[in-house]
Design a protein around this ligand. Structure first.
Ligand SMILES: Cc1cc2nc3c(=O)[nH]c(=O)nc-3n(C[C@H](O)[C@H](O)[C@H](O)COP(=O)(O)O)c2cc1C
Length: 167
């Protein structure tokens, strides 16, 4: 079985997830690890990592997803917000709209990812109120993510996928 891992990461959070996926795969079976590249289209299973931009995947990942035709993929991503699983599911639903009907999504994983300090300063300058409080609370909750528990859950998710036969 040959695997490939492609990912897009602006500030390093999704890169951490990609490394956790790589560490979980049987050594020697990973054809490619890096930014989206057409050479991975031959892999039996492609792990695709994205960061969330305006409620869906970043544009580099979106462009790559649109090149797929009949591959099996596992989607993983990070988002600045992450209070509830339903939020991640809405993002994944939006991400999947970039896929052709012949592509099979064998699994997915999302967790929160810290944001740059400049974002917190912007929130701090906002008018006092519940919205500002919510943004600041969320920012502070994100600071430690992805954490070791996120990476372990991702690794377990990948192990489960590897032990199941591909469609
Ligand atoms: C331009 C921009 C837009 C973003 N839009 C969203 C968003 O719509 N929803 C969200 O939850 N996080 C959003 N974020 C936060 C990032 O998705 C999050 O910090 C992610 O972990 C970054 O991943 P990376 O470190 O791999 O680049 C945005 C960040 C940036 C820089």
């Amino acid at each position: 079985m040959k695997y490939a891992i492609v990912y897009s990461s602006k500030t390093g959070n999704t890169a951490q997830l990609a490394q956790a996926v790589q560490a979980t795969l049987p050594s020697g079976d990973c054809l490619y690890f890096g930014f989206p590249d057409p050479q991975v289209l031959q892999a039996d299973l492609i792990f695709i990592g994205f960061w969330t931009d305006k409620g869906t995947c970043d544009s580099q990942t979106a462009a790559f997803l649109q090149t797929l035709t009949s591959q099996s993929v596992f989607l993983f991503g990070t988002a600045g917000f992450g209070g509830e699983e339903a939020y991640f599911q809405r993002i994944l639903t939006a991400v999947k709209t970039h896929l052709a009907p012949g592509v099979t999504v064998v699994g997915s994983f999302m967790c929160q990812g810290k944001m740059p300090q400049a974002v917190r300063r912007r929130y701090e300058s906002m008018e006092d109120g519940p919205h500002r409080d919510m943004l600041l609370t969320n920012f502070d909750r994100a600071v430690s993510h992805p954490d070791s528990s996120d990476l372990l859950r991702l690794s377990q998710c990948v192990s489960t996928i590897l032990s199941a036969p591909l469609p």
